[in-house]
Design a protein around this ligand. Structure first.
Ligand SMILES: *[C@@H]1O[C@H](CO)[C@@H](O)[C@H](O)[C@H]1NC(C)=O
Ligand SMILES: *[C@@H]1O[C@H](CO)[C@@H](O)[C@H](O)[C@H]1NC(C)=O
Ligand SMILES: *[C@@H]1O[C@H](CO)[C@@H](O)[C@H](O)[C@H]1NC(C)=O
Ligand SMILES: *[C@@H]1O[C@H](CO)[C@@H](O)[C@H](O)[C@H]1NC(C)=O
Ligand SMILES: *[C@@H]1O[C@H](CO)[C@@H](O)[C@H](O)[C@H]1NC(C)=O
Ligand SMILES: *[C@@H]1O[C@H](CO)[C@@H](O)[C@H](O)[C@H]1NC(C)=O
Ligand SMILES: *[C@@H]1O[C@H](CO)[C@@H](O)[C@H](O)[C@H]1NC(C)=O
Ligand SMILES: *[C@@H]1O[C@H](CO)[C@@H](O)[C@H](O)[C@H]1NC(C)=O
Ligand SMILES: *[C@@H]1O[C@H](CO)[C@@H](O)[C@H](O)[C@H]1NC(C)=O
Ligand SMILES: *[C@@H]1O[C@H](CO)[C@@H](O)[C@H](O)[C@H]1NC(C)=O
Ligand SMILES: *[C@@H]1O[C@H](CO)[C@@H](O)[C@H](O)[C@H]1NC(C)=O
Length: 549
């Protein structure tokens, strides 16, 4: 699979990658709303989020800012939906976000032409980056109720019988296991939206419409060389629709199953390659929001996902984690404590699976609920010396460094050496994450007596760029200045020619030959063999960590 990527990169062929779950496993995703990310001519028009209007971002604009994304260490982007949406204003503004499909067979001309979208895809592939496209399959939008089916939609949707009979989903329909069964039939067959902008629920029980979507997604993958999809409102279509859909897509797909319960979300991982990590997102946000948060709830949720997700396989390959997205208030708008923000931001990068960062988080954006959380990024000037830009860069670098030293890093389950309501010691060798919700006025002293490193091994905390030396038992004692997270990797795993903590790094960043899987370096031996054998033979319970003060 790497060979295909490499060849395509070298020859700059706009190839169909057919990127699989394992191709995606080592990547990290930068998510943005095309209309709000970058303009074609580099201009900075005003953009009042409360108005809900198109602000001018385009696919060509995105091409011009790929350096900005790649310099933070991201190697994939997730862009907002690309297809033709309702034109004009509604009670909720215009369809700048892309979630109001009118015609899935045409593109949204506000963002550019087919050749512009292909140019974005090519530009990404030339950099070895991936394109993930957001898609809405469950419904089409309408500016009136009932929709004017014949005049508004094109075939096969230009008839009322292509849709489920109108009824509105309400809060009591959503199952909330283990105590409330809800009514999943209504979730799948009634409508989202309201009488202002109804979201007409497509009859995905009709075999012709099912076949339309399977053909459509295969064609999208081919036409625009798409590497992956984020599937909107996946829980609103029967689960077994997705099995052949994702096979037709031919690339990795991550479904949005918005729910606060692993019991509800988990089964979707049998029908889709991956789901957004919503069950963990809830305790992530509440856990790091303030010093009263409960990080034990986050740990519990991760352990549930690890034991129940997937087709009996490792859960890390079936989740994509995030702190912010276009549907939720920004974390930075809910606390101003930068240490709490840095701890919460670190989470998706140390959690199992694939990390996603929502644009603007790195610039310290604070927007509240939709539409306030959809700010124009150009208003930030794309500054790269901001603390959270550097934080994102460090977190991506730590992940890559750990993977370069341990070829099984990405499919090793996160283990909790120690956790409480206020702190987490999480290990995925050779990465050790020390997270706290005590805030910037605290300075926790960490003592992890059996951290699994080599005796006296040189480590780097990529967050503060400080050196930490393991003790004679491979344990770690360190102070987290200002309540910041600590994310430790061996100095020998960190790229000394890279852009993160360069002066402390002693490695080449390639694990002393990533491509051959050569195990000769000391980083590999200490990180891979030493760690796994300790965990396997002694078990996680033998790791004792103490948090002093
Ligand atoms: C769009 O509609 C909203 C809600 O009715 C209104 O506040 C806004 O002024 C309209 N904008 C334009 C440009 O017509
Ligand atoms: C594939 O999609 C393109 C662009 O939307 C369209 O022009 C073409 O007709 C589609 N082909 C098929 C076979 O659906
Ligand atoms: C929600 O839908 C159910 C039908 O399943 C109905 O009985 C109930 O009254 C609705 N609730 C509201 C608040 O509309
Ligand atoms: C769920 O909703 C469907 C469709 O409205 C209805 O036929 C069914 O009786 C409901 N089931 C329960 C258990 O209420
Ligand atoms: C999510 O679920 C947990 C556990 O049931 C609950 O304590 C919490 O309040 C829920 N969060 C939200 C936002 O519903
Ligand atoms: C899960 O396993 C079932 C049964 O083996 C298989 O049919 C299905 O394709 C698998 N799903 C995924 C997403 O791998
Ligand atoms: C924190 O979460 C854990 C695990 O969900 C729970 O057992 C505990 O009661 C919670 N603590 C508080 C103070 O809510
Ligand atoms: C883990 O990932 C590595 C590298 O991609 C792969 O060689 C190995 O087979 C994977 N192991 C499992 C159990 O999936
Ligand atoms: C190490 O960093 C240098 C400079 O940024 C870069 O050219 C090289 O590709 C990196 N090595 C790896 C394996 O990422
Ligand atoms: C691999 O690491 C060893 C020990 O650090 C070093 O001597 C050697 O030059 C490295 N080889 C390559 C190809 O980087
Ligand atoms: C592995 O590394 C050793 C030491 O640097 C070197 O002699 C050997 O050729 C390498 N093997 C491969 C397959 O690259």
């Amino acid at each position: 699979m790497r060979a295909v990527t490499l060849v395509s990169t070298l020859l700059a062929v706009p190839a169909a990658f057919a990127a699989t779950a394992s191709d995606w496993q080592g990547r990290s995703i930068y998510q943005f709303i095309t209309d709000r990310f970058a303009t074609s001519d580099g201009s900075s028009p005003p953009c009042d989020t409360s108005q809900g209007q198109y602000c001018g971002g385009t696919w060509q604009g995105a091409i011009s800012k790929l350096d900005y994304i790649q310099n933070m260490g991201f190697d994939a982007i997730w862009i907002s939906p690309v297809v033709k949406n309702l034109e004009g204003n509604t009670s909720y503004g215009e369809a700048f976000h892309g979630y109001w499909t009118q015609d899935p067979t045409q593109l949204n001309s506000h963002f550019g032409s087919a050749s512009d979208l292909n140019a974005l895809s090519d530009a990404l592939h030339k950099r070895g980056m991936y394109l993930m496209v957001d898609i809405v399959i469950n419904h089409l939008a309408a500016p009136t109720n009932p929709p004017q089916y014949t005049s508004l939609y094109s075939a096969p949707f230009n008839t009322e019988s292509s849709f489920h009979t109108e009824c509105w989903i309400n809060a009591t329909d959503y199952p909330t296991p283990p105590w409330n069964p809800g009514n999943q039939t209504r979730v799948e067959q009634c409508w989202l939206g309201d009488t202002n902008v109804p979201l007409a629920d497509i009859n995905t029980e009709d075999p012709n419409l099912v076949q339309f979507w399977y053909n459509w997604v295969a064609n999208m993958t081919k036409t625009y060389s798409v590497d992956g999809y984020r599937i909107d409102t996946a829980k609103h279509i029967r689960q077994d629709f997705w099995t052949e859909f994702q096979a037709s897509a031919g690339v990795w797909c991550v479904g949005e199953v918005l729910a606060n319960q692993t019991e509800y979300v988990g089964p979707y991982t049998k029908f889709l390659p991956a789901v957004l990590d919503y069950p963990t997102w809830y305790p992530l946000v509440s856990g790091f929001m303030n010093p009263q948060g409960n990080l034990s709830a986050l740990v519990d949720t991760v352990q549930q996902t690890q034991s129940t997700y997937g087709n009996g396989s490792y859960s890390g390959s079936v989740i994509a984690s995030f702190l912010e997205n276009q549907d939720q208030p920004r974390f930075g708008g809910q606390t101003s404590d930068q240490a709490l923000i840095k701890n919460a931001m670190a989470w998706p990068f140390v959690q199992d699976g694939i990390p996603i960062m929502y644009y603007g988080q790195e610039q310290g954006y604070t927007g509240g609920a939709d539409p306030a959380n959809r700010e124009a990024l150009w208003l930030s000037g794309y500054e790269t010396d901001k603390p959270l830009v550097q934080h994102a860069q460090a977190l991506n670098a730590a992940r890559k460094a750990a993977a370069s030293a341990n070829s099984n890093f990405y499919n090793t389950s996160l283990k909790f050496i120690e956790s409480s309501a206020s702190q987490i010691v999480a290990s995925k060798p050779p990465l050790l994450a020390l997270l706290t919700n005590q805030g910037s006025s605290s300075s926790p002293q960490w003592t992890v007596s059996s951290a699994g490193y080599q005796p006296n091994e040189d480590l780097v905390d990529v967050v503060s760029c400080t050196k930490v030396t393991a003790d004679s038992n491979g344990g770690v004692s360190a102070t987290a200045q200002g309540g910041n997270p600590m994310v430790l990797v061996p100095a020998s795993a960190l790229n000394k020619s890279g852009s993160v903590c360069q002066s402390l790094a002693t490695g080449s960043g390639n694990g002393n030959s990533t491509s051959s899987g050569n195990q000769s370096s000391s980083a590999k031996i200490s990180a891979g063999l030493h760690w796994t054998s300790i965990i396997a033979t002694i078990g996680a319970a033998a790791f004792i960590a103490k948090l002093v003060a």
